[in-house]
Design a binder for this molecule. Structure first.
Ligand code: HEM
Length: 678
């Protein structure tokens, strides 16, 4: 694909002069100098010694820890011996996961494998086994390298990195409050507005008038060609910024004033370019950084393993980390000041009497987070103040007594204006208390961005991939979008009262996409007590002891015929059906009942999918906390896009090749072409 037409993330970072150490480390790359040959020999010797040590550790452990006798094991490759299961997995595509597991599993789909050096691990293919594991255990063990580098960027209280236990439970309860049905539904307008801006940008870029504007990459007049993942990364950042932080990442904005190469454009409205603001750019750097540093092949690269080395790369890292901390600190600090100085809580929390107002982007998720964090910060601290009443506190929802109210607790005044629902306000915080609160909230927001940014972008990219090969669904989705969002207009307006639940087919396309191609390649659980499974050999069962690791690859489970009919095919109708007027969700249980009563086959060409067998957002108490937002933003995006545009793969004979990123596996490249609908 022509790189000129591919929008890149523009870099806002300064170029640093290379240090002496950069030159020294640069010697590690092959060149003909004697110093580099000597360094390479030393490095190779060190590598060899480490390999032998690992081998020794592994072999000595193998004597004491036997693999499961009852279930077959996947033959190990050298790199997975060295680096654990992750090295084994990261090269595999979902379909080859499934075929590898099937080839080596017991008849019930259980496969034994050796985990990270010392831990035995198993995988399952049957949905009931996966469900049982996910619902009974909440302890997750991320790969050690990811934890090491993730902690650096996200903090050691980050929800995605904490293995389990009380620390996790506490964090999770704070974060879960941000993703309740009401809060996410309240973000509908912000999500639709972001999609609208993106589609407007695409329409302009794809219009014939844009042909001659060479400054704007991606304009061809016939359509706009770009890397799907880049586009949707901007979208998911924009959504997260607007929905959760009331912050504009400025991903789709008129950059004519800022970029000198745009000054020749006569019509600024035509000159919208994909560009990330400094903050977004820095965040994208940090996300890639965790992925880069935790790649198995970089384990022995000192430049990427030691943050304190004064290299150019580490200085870049420090710069971007500083940008993110500063901007987030400012945004959160401003919200906190608003809360502390608000005289009437209706302004901040959107409560009128006992009735919740429709959330309009303000107050935002930061407000929710600050509320929960302050509660934790101060209630646990046990700072008590005498307060004048014990009426309900709007910050704590309803029934928390005034004496436990965090804002009563943090006030330096003993006579708080605490006379009723709307007057429960803090009057001051010490700078240290404020900083602690800002750091906590910042860590949570970074974690959510990390967890939601790439996953959503990669999933939407895969949706474009499937839709490109299924033009019929593009048409059907566009028709549904027109019915729900309103007819197509030049300014991409939409019916403000639309209900996202009505985007039934658009949602089904997204769900079917991630059934087959999930960016999260697998999740883990450590068994919290012994668990027994049938092996599929008659009555034979296997009991896997507490502490055993389970690796659950949702895509492999989804591609198994035991869980979904015609499991390897993209068939959104397994989730929905046409009732003569509109698309409606299929009811798996009811259809099963009717089939067994009438002793007949499924009424449709494919039987209804069992939603309980769907694990894209995992299951149990440790499932994806942001799943409602992910589904909302993706189905609205697909609908808005298809209402106005058609999508195609930009390359003929495109072949999907994937690679591992931070916690996801996504396409190396997915170039798509958007064209205006006639
Ligand atoms: C299509 C998009 C997404 C997919 C496919 C996805 C999938 C997943 C999966 C499979 C897990 C692992 C759960 C487990 O171990 O059982 C997870 C965890 C998580 N996800 Fe998502 N996710 C998506 C979007 C999001 C978004 C938008 C957010 C937030 C803004 C988010 C926040 C999280 C968090 C915080 C966790 C960790 C939960 C915990 O450890 O308790 N995700 N996600």
């Amino acid at each position: 694909m022509n790189s000129n037409t591919t929008p890149q993330f523009e870099s806002a970072m300064p170029l640093y002069p290379a240090s002496f150490l950069d030159h020294l480390l640069g010697l590690l790359t092959p060149s003909l100098s004697i110093a580099s040959i000597l360094t390479s020999i030393v490095l190779l010797a060190a590598l060899f010694m480490s390999y032998m040590t690992c081998l020794y550790v592994r072999l000595s452990r193998k004597k004491s820890v036997q693999p499961f006798e009852e279930i077959p094991s996947i033959p190990q490759k050298v790199h997975s011996w060295l680096l654990g299961h992750f090295a084994y997995f990261h090269t595999l595509e979902p379909s080859s996961h499934h075929s590898t597991f099937t080839a080596h599993s017991s008849p019930s789909g259980i496969t034994g494998i050796w985990g990270d050096f010392d831990r035995r691990a198993f995988t399952v293919l049957r949905a009931d086994h996966a469900r049982a594991v996910l619902r009974q255990n909440s302890s997750r063990e991320p790969m050690k390298l990811i934890t090491r580098h993730g902690v650096k960027t996200l903090g050691d209280e980050s929800l995605i990195l904490i293995p389990g236990g009380m620390r996790w439970r506490k964090q999770r309860s704070v974060v879960a409050k941000m993703f309740t049905v009401d809060v996410v539904r309240g973000g509908k307008k912000a999500v639709a507005d972001c999609s609208q801006v993106l589609v407007r940008w695409l329409l302009q870029a794809a219009s014939p008038g844009a042909v001659d504007r060479k400054c704007c990459r991606g304009h061809t007049g016939k359509g706009v060609q770009l890397e799907a993942e880049n586009l949707f990364k901007l979208y998911s950042l924009e959504v997260f910024g607007k929905v959760s932080m009331s912050f504009d990442f400025k991903c789709f904005h008129d950059s004519a004033q800022e970029n000198p190469s745009h000054q020749n454009c006569t019509d600024n409205n035509m000159c919208h370019c994909l560009k990330m603001s400094t903050m977004a750019n820095s965040f994208a750097f940090l996300q890639d950084d965790v992925a880069r540093r935790s790649q198995p092949q970089n384990v022995f690269n000192p430049k990427l393993q030691f943050y304190s080395l004064p290299t150019k790369y580490n200085r870049e890292y420090a710069h971007h980390s500083g940008v993110v901390s500063d901007v987030m600190g400012d945004i959160i600090g401003m919200e906190l000041d608003k809360i502390v100085s608000a005289k009437n809580m209706t302004q901040v929390y959107g409560i009128e009497g006992d009735e919740k107002k429709e959330y309009q982007g303000e107050p935002n998720l930061i407000t929710h987070l600050l509320r929960s964090t302050l509660e934790n910060q101060f209630r646990v601290g046990g700072i008590s103040q005498s307060v004048s009443s014990s009426s309900k506190c709007p910050f704590s929802g309803s029934s928390v007594a005034a004496s436990s109210c965090p804002f009563a607790a943090i006030s330096s005044s003993t006579a708080l204006p605490h006379g009723g629902n709307d007057n429960c306000v803090p009057t001051s915080m010490t700078p240290a208390q404020k900083q602690e609160c800002i750091d906590n909230v910042s860590s949570i927001l970074r974690t959510l961005l990390m967890a939601g940014f790439e996953t959503s972008a990669v999933s939407l990219s895969y949706a474009m991939y499937f839709l490109s090969y299924n033009p019929r669904f593009q048409e059907l989705c566009a028709q549904e979008a027109e019915r729900v969002l309103g007819a197509r207009t030049d300014d991409v307006s939409y019916n403000a009262d639309f209900d996202p639940e009505d985007l039934v087919l658009n949602r089904a396309v997204f769900i079917e996409t991630i059934r087959l191609h999930l960016p999260v390649i697998f999740t883990t659980r450590v068994l919290e007590k012994d668990m027994s499974f049938d092996t599929g050999n008659g009555d034979e069962r296997v009991t896997l002891p507490k502490g055993t690791k389970a690796l659950i690859s949702p895509s492999a489970v989804h591609r198994d015929e035991r869980n979904f009919e015609r499991a390897q095919e993209f068939i959104p109708e397994r989730w929905v059906k046409w009732d003569g007027q509109k698309w409606v969700n299929r009811d798996y249980k009811q259809e099963r009942k009717m089939m067994s009563e009438s002793n007949s086959d499924s009424p449709g060409s494919i039987s209804a999918a069992n939603p309980q067998n769907f694990f894209a957002f995992s299951d149990g108490s440790r499932n994806c906390v942001g799943k409602r937002l992910a589904i909302l933003e993706s189905s609205v995006m697909i609908a808005m896009l298809l209402r106005d545009m058609k999508v195609d793969m930009a390359e003929k004979d495109f072949k999907l090749v994937t690679k591992r990123k931070f916690a996801t596996v996504g396409p190396v490249s997915l170039p798509v072409m958007f064209r205006r609908r006639k």
